[in-house]
Design a protein around this ligand. Structure first.
Ligand SMILES: Cc1ncc(COP(=O)(O)O)c(C=O)c1O
Length: 393
């Protein structure tokens, strides 16, 4: 088939291909422990499910305004204003099916051939994929274990060039669980204030999954709000265990929100109506399920980090946010990709090589601990057994 040339530049998200491989093994009767996919294993809280069902029963089965129902845009604006301590107008909010389309639409709307986009590496692979797709140039700023997977601010500043048009930030981060400190955020803002021509895409999808301290957003820094050149990406997938509902949003300058809305009307028209009503309840209703989920994630984090550090050749920092452990495995003698294959095929543990998130992920694995403590314990025992056998060659 002769495809458009641009399709050669589109990447993918390995988590979905490893999940498919693991499911295929399960279909042959193998038992696999899933530590590959980045989604809470909890069910969506029942009051949110009920709000979605009620919306359907009440006849919310039609198209909605492209940028989202006004009540939800207003509720999101109020929530983002409260949590980031900034002013937000509902006209700045675009509701999308998940947070991912915000990445796609914003990069499509702003990046031209030859534009450089600074991004962390390792990082969520879709940033690089979409920038490549539109003909932009990804410029990687490494995240290293030695620096708790935070940027080295001098290295960050030195990576900016005259061609830089956008910077992507992600804190708490996938795949490292690293968090930019308030000092890091202030330092980044200071650097970026010198460059008012640069947009900032701040992926804050894990902002409620933070184990210590309070969340710092670059959008709260003077001159860096979403009324100027920052785009906040956030959503409901992780915070409210709503991955399958597909509900996310971006908060951005009104002129950009209008263009993103135009991209949405050209692609998916709008976000599912019932899903948006469920989102309204998620924001307005009780938040105790978020706290309960976070405390369970903390217990699992402590379990997996201790277990990983007991394995031969493995060294794991304690992640400060999200639900991923990103241990260094170079001491095992395996390359990350080989170990991921072996763990799936021989130990029945599905996980991702650090290289699924970019070249600076070599020497690491990503384990999602969004699985029960029992399964995490069983996975650790299986990994231990495989590593204790030693490397064949
Ligand atoms: C860093 C990051 N951003 C955005 C997303 C997108 O989430 P969704 O489209 O489900 O809202 C994910 C999902 O894994 C993620 O890890």
């Amino acid at each position: 088939m002769k495809l458009a040339e641009r399709m050669e530049r589109l990447g993918t998200e390995t988590a979905f291909s490893v999940l498919a491989k693991a499911k295929a093994l399960e279909a042959t009767g193998r038992e696999i422990i899933h530590l590959e996919i980045g989604e809470p294993d909890f069910d969506t809280p029942s009051h949110i499910v009920e709000a979605g069902c009620r919306a359907l029963r009440e006849g919310h089965t039609h198209y909605t305004p492209t940028a989202g129902i006004p009540e939800l845009r207003a509720a999101i604006a109020a929530e983002v204003a409260r949590s980031r301590e900034i002013a937000v107008d509902p006209a700045q909010v675009v509701v999308t099916p998940g947070g991912k389309p915000i990445m796609f639409f914003v990069i499509l709307a702003l990046i031209e051939s030859g534009d450089e986009v600074l991004m962390p590496n390792p990082a969520f692979p879709i940033y690089e994929s979409v920038v490549d797709f539109v003909g932009g140039t990804p410029v990687f700023v490494p995240l290293r274990q030695e620096n708790e997977f935070r940027f080295d601010l001098d290295e960050f500043a030195a990576s900016l060039s005259e061609r830089t048009r956008m910077v992507i930030l992600n804190s708490p981060a996938n795949p490292t669980g690293g968090v930019l400190t308030p000092g890091d955020i202030a330092g980044l803002a200071e650097i970026l204030r010198e460059r008012p021509d640069v947009f900032v895409l701040s992926d804050e999808i894990y902002c409620r999954l933070l184990y210590d301290g309070s969340f710092a957003s670059i959008a709260s820094e003077p001159g860096m709000g979403p009324d100027g050149r920052t785009i906040i990406l956030d959503g409901f997938s992780k915070t409210y265990a709503m991955t399958g509902w597909r509900l996310g949003y971006g908060v951005m300058p009104v002129a950009l929100a209008e263009q993103v809305t135009k991209l949405q009307v050209n692609s998916n028209s709008c976000t599912s109506a019932a899903t948006q009503y469920a989102g309204l309840e998620a924001l307005a209703g009780p938040q105790d399920s978020v706290d309960l989920m976070l405390s369970e994630f903390r217990a699992r984090r402590d379990l997996i980090v201790a277990g990983l550090n007991d394995l031969p050749g493995v060294e794991c920092l304690t992640p400060q946010g999200a639900f991923y452990a990103f241990p260094r495995i170079s001491g095992t003698g395996y390359r990350a990709g080989d170990l991921a294959d072996l763990l799936l095929e021989e130990a029945g543990v599905a996980c991702l090589a650090g290289t699924a998130f970019g070249r600076y992920g070599e020497g690491h694995m990503r384990f999602s601990y969004a699985n029960s403590r029992e399964n995490i314990g069983r996975a650790l025992a299986r990994i231990d057994e495989l590593l204790s056998r030693g490397k064949a060659s």
